[in-house]
Unconditional design. Structure first.
Length: 254
């Protein structure tokens, strides 16, 4: 039965497993290393019986590991930490690992061995980094849109794919004289005063990627005539048209 468990630890677990004998609080000796650990650390020599500092040649890394081990020896409780390793191949790559340290106590209640189970969490870290980057980009894009929409001197209406108004900025109110709440749910045509068939053609062109500017004269809410240049452009998310922008530029005084 003991051989069975040893085979499981040696060959049947993909995580790296190390067992260290505690010589003192600053010296830890390899007692066991499984197959996965041998393959990952790339050692061809037998390191059983060697100290951690003999195997880990980088002084800063050895000191870091000893510091983590020392915490468990002193507290006599388990401890989990994360660590990184730089792999120098054709291009430098950083690998991330999570290590769970478990103390084994002798009959005197002192820690005389440590079991280290090391799991590669590189993919998890890379995925998390990608998600954070996407979230950061989304926030940045949202802030950029907010600035362009609300602080633009041109009137901007957001339309659905049928040409009905769903929102607008402050400049659009100044140009048309209508409060946004007065035009939401109504056709953009009430502002530009085109024949329905003409507006539908312009909307279809915008959805299909063709955008043109048109110079017309409209009558605002007060009955004054305003000379504007307008165009309808697609509102895209991940390459899909989810709506339209109706943009009005007042050129009356130009």
């Amino acid at each position: 039965m003991n051989n069975f468990f040893e085979e499981v630890l040696m060959d049947g677990i993909t995580d790296m497993i190390f067992v260290f004998k505690v010589i003192n609080k600053d010296d830890f000796q390899f007692q066991f290393i499984n197959k996965s650990a041998k393959e990952r650390i790339g050692t061809s020599k037998d390191i059983i019986g060697l100290s951690l500092k003999e195997v880990e040649k980088r002084l800063d890394k050895a000191d870091f590991l000893c510091k983590q081990f020392r915490k468990v020896v002193i507290s006599r409780t388990g401890f989990t930490y994360e660590d990184t390793y730089e792999i120098n191949e054709e291009r430098q790559k950083t690998l991330y690992f999570e290590t769970v340290l478990t103390p084994l106590l002798n009959k005197h209640g002192l820690v005389d061995r440590l079991v280290a189970v090391v799991r590669d969490i590189t993919k998890e870290k890379e995925t998390l980094s990608s998600v954070k980057k996407m979230a950061s980009n989304a926030i940045e894009n949202n802030e950029r849109f907010h600035s362009l929409f609300f602080h633009n001197t041109d009137g901007i209406f957001i339309l659905n794919n049928m040409g009905y108004i769903t929102d607008g900025n402050e400049a659009s109110e100044k140009i048309t004289g209508y409060k946004i709440e007065e035009v939401v749910g109504k056709s953009f045509n009430m502002l530009v005063q085109l024949q329905d068939i003409e507006l539908n053609r312009i909307i279809d062109d915008a959805i299909n990627g063709t955008t043109n500017s048109y110079n017309i004269i409209i009558k605002n809410k007060s009955g004054d005539y305003v000379n504007i240049i307008y165009k309808i452009v697609p509102l895209l998310v991940d390459g899909v048209v989810i709506g339209l922008y109706g943009i009005l530029k007042d050129v009356t005084d130009l």
